[in-house]
Design a protein around this ligand. Structure first.
Ligand code: SDX
Length: 377
């Protein structure tokens, strides 16, 4: 029985899931029933990844094993490094990440996606190796050798070490880990849905994650965090913010980092990210981008009065990464290395009762047209 066509499948459930829930009217995000604010305050990214993947917080021994497994799988094959070396250095890091992740699966054949044990190790490898790939590309494109991971460093500390050859300030690692928690999962967003469509064909998890990375790259989705900082730098100073917003809205240009298909109030993650900005600035001094961002938010609230368009997760995140010296085009890869645990959680959940995604369409073309030979056209 045909269903009504909904552009962008807005409001159309594509799955039943117990991984996360968003209350768009009240600005609430829960991972497996736990508020994301509580996870930021008390958990770590790796523990949150376990929660998302396996449905509950790990016992002490389970967490030790999970942490050891991820730590010991951070290294990437030298062939992946060779692959990255062949890519154009001006290429976007999301393209490099997608290419490397797709290639990763070639080293781990035997992809019977119904094999629970195999799936565990696929999840371990992907959670463990995405940061290594992101850091390796960031260095290789400038002619620097990748820095191998150090097992004694934590997940976020090690990422900074692989990127900069030095461990970060403990506060930076803590704030970065909270950013990863905030970006780990978000119900049926475009990149998760993309991955599930790929997964529904029983493709392997490396291919599933590579397809999700492709969807995340777009500026309407994960790519917005990079666009926001480009916008804030273009505005330059807080006193120019209102004029920019007026001009953008007047020419029907979307404000990057604003609006959301589900949230009709301010994204709770944006509020947590503002708190992280304040903690970072207390230690390292403020960022002029933050002052511009506050003015953009004020002007948008005034000029968009009545429209439920508020800052989303992408509006403040890049300000933190920029203050930490991370280059702007790495912001969306950071989103991907966090969201990989959410993508994989949905992959594992769907495998239990998999059904190929094959929606219908409303045909708008013609019928029974004659073929006209080229000589008569
Ligand atoms: C993420 O889905 C998720 O959960 C995603 C995410 C996750 O964690 O996975 O939360 C991460 O992707 C956050 C969103 C990042 N993208 C951006 O910041 C790009 C800018 N935002 C917009 O492109 C937009 O808000 C979307 C894409 C996020 C949502 O768009 P919708 O739901 O398809 O709504 P729409 O584009 O049809 O807009 C509805 C109205 C329009 O006005 P009218 O034509 O009805 O008069 O709202 C307006 C739009 O013009 N509008 C905006 C706006 N977003 C919507 N106007 C100005 N600036 C904006 N940002």
């Amino acid at each position: 029985m045909p269903h009504d066509f909904m552009p962008g499948l807005a409001g159309v459930p594509a799955a039943t899931s117990s991984i996360s829930d968003v209350d768009g009217q009240h600005g609430v995000l829960e991972y497996r029933g736990i508020r994301v604010e509580d996870l930021c305050a008390q958990s770590s990214y790796l523990e949150t990844a376990y929660l998302l993947l396996f449905g509950r917080l790990p016992s002490r021994s389970e967490f030790v094993r999970w942490t050891d497994d991820v730590t010991h799988h951070r290294r990437i094959k030298f062939r992946i490094i060779d692959l990255l070396k062949c890519l154009p250095e001006q290429g976007h890091p999301m393209d490099a990440l997608q290419a490397a992740v797709a290639a990763l699966g070639m080293f781990y054949p035997g992809r019977n996606v119904k094999d629970i044990d195999n799936n565990y190790w696929s999840a371990v490898r992907l959670v463990a190796k995405l940061p290594t790939i992101v850091a390796a590309w960031a260095r290789l494109r400038h002619g620097d050798d990748p820095i191998p991971p150090r097992d004694e460093l934590g997940f976020s500390e090690n990422f900074f070490y692989m990127l900069t050859e030095s461990a970060p300030l403990p506060l930076w690692a803590e704030i970065f880990d909270d950013c990863l928690i905030l970006h780990a999962e978000h119900t049926m967003n475009a990149s998760t849905f993309t991955g599930l469509v790929t997964a529904s064909t029983l493709a392997d998890p490396y291919t599933v994650v590579a397809s999700s990375i492709g969807a995340l790259k777009g500026p309407l989705h994960g790519g917005a965090n990079e666009e926001v900082v480009v916008m804030l730098k273009e505005i330059g100073t807080a006193d120019k913010a209102r004029g920019y917003v007026e001009q953008a809205l007047g020419s029907k240009r979307k404000l990057m980092g604003f609006g959301h298909r589900v949230y009709k109030v301010k994204d709770p993650r944006a509020t947590v990210l503002q708190g992280l900005c304040q903690r970072l600035f207390k230690e390292c001094g403020s960022s002029p981008l933050y002052d511009v961002a506050l003015e953009v938010e004020r002007a948008a609230a005034d000029l968009l009065k009545g429209k439920p368009i508020y800052p989303n997760v992408d509006f403040y995140s890049g300000i933190i990464y920029d203050k930490m010296g991370i280059s702007t085009d790495l912001f969306t890869p950071l989103f991907a290395m966090a969201r990989v645990s959410g993508w994989l959680a949905h992959w594992l959940e769907q495998l239990r009762e998999n059904k190929l995604f094959r929606p219908d369409q409303i045909y708008a073309g013609e019928h029974n047209r004659p073929y006209v030979p080229l000589s008569e056209r």
